[in-house]
Design a protein around this ligand. Structure first.
Ligand code: B1M
Length: 237
């Protein structure tokens, strides 16, 4: 990155200083530097998961605080989001190539009116790494798009993401439509996003609220296993 007009050699930094620098580069929306830092940490035998959580997600958390406090504005946050995505693009194939046995299939998308996709993409990446086939249907999905994807891909799990208090109620529209069509019990419905909580998930009739990507993976595995057990014929004497 440019530091007072001088190039800073990221390779020369210790791990701690490099991670700190990556938080600053993410804040400044410097995608190339984030790519470089990601490669350097991987070259130092960091796991993809540690690079993701300690360098990228933590950096984005700091961006979120200053966005909330009116220090950063949409254009700057968009640049930060692009830098984050540049790092995630390097990590995605590495997280997916864990050789984990196939666990099931998930359709995941952000709800109508909402264009936040970083967290949802992160969940998709972690689910792929855990052995799930993931169909990521993107952002701003209305109920027809969810239903179309469910019909086409016949997943075990429907995942919905919302980052705005104004868009999170749309999850209930999707779940209610599934109920009306008699399809609700065909899918495990998992929901997530910063403004949600367990009480909300319960109130709208989802199967579970997932605080973060790691919880999403654990919850999905557990619910798939439960579903599999309950579908087994009873043992004969
Ligand atoms: Co927006 N934004 N934003 N934003 N933005 C928030 C969400 C906000 C909290 C910022 C703030 O004020 N502090 C605030 C919402 C306030 C509220 O509703 N209470 C907000 C606002 C107001 C807005 C706009 C309205 C701003 C404006 O235009 N005036 C606008 C809305 C646009 C729209 O959607 N219609 C807007 C726009 C944007 C950008 C486009 C600039 C950009 C999005 C870029 C992109 O995603 N491609 C952006 C960003 C980046 C943020 C913040 C700063 C960061 C979100 C993020 O990526 N976090 C965010 C502040 C914050 O959340 N603290 C903010 C990192 C990510 C890893 O975490 O998404 O929480 P997260 O995902 C986690 C978990 O939540 C969970 O797992 C993930 C990984 O661990 N999870 C799931 C998420 N989805 C899941 C789905 C699952 C399971 C788990 O399914 C099973």
């Amino acid at each position: 990155m440019a530091d007072n007009g001088q190039d800073l050699d990221l390779n020369a930094l210790s791990d701690d200083d490099l991670v700190q620098q990556m938080h600053e580069d993410l804040y400044d929306g410097l995608a190339e530097e984030i790519e470089q830092g990601t490669h350097i940490l991987l070259g130092r035998k960091w796991t993809p998961y540690d690079v993701l959580t300690k360098a990228l997600v933590e950096g984005m958390r700091i961006v979120g605080i200053d966005f909330r406090d009116g220090i950063l504005f949409v254009p700057e946050v968009l640049l930060a989001a692009n830098a984050m995505k540049a790092g995630m693009a390097i990590l995605r194939p590495l997280l997916a190539e864990t050789g984990a046995p196939r666990m099931g299939k998930m359709v995941i998308g952000t709800v109508k009116g909402d264009i936040h996709d970083i967290g949802k993409n992160l969940v998709a990446m972690m689910m792929e790494g855990a052995g799930f086939d993931v169909i990521n249907i993107g952002i701003n999905n209305d109920v027809d798009k969810y239903l179309g994807a469910l019909e086409e891909h016949q997943p075990d799990i429907l995942g919905m993401s919302a980052l705005l208090t104004t868009t999170m109620p749309y999850m209930k529209v999707v779940i209610d439509t599934l109920k009306q069509k008699g399809l609700r019990d065909d899918y495990i419905v998992l929901v997530g996003g910063a403004p949600l909580n367990e009480a909300f998930a319960e109130a709208i009739g989802a199967d579970a609220y997932c605080r973060d990507a790691a919880v999403a993976v654990e919850t999905a595995k557990q619910m798939i296993a439960e579903r599999w057990r309950s579908n087994q014929p009873p043992a004969t004497a």
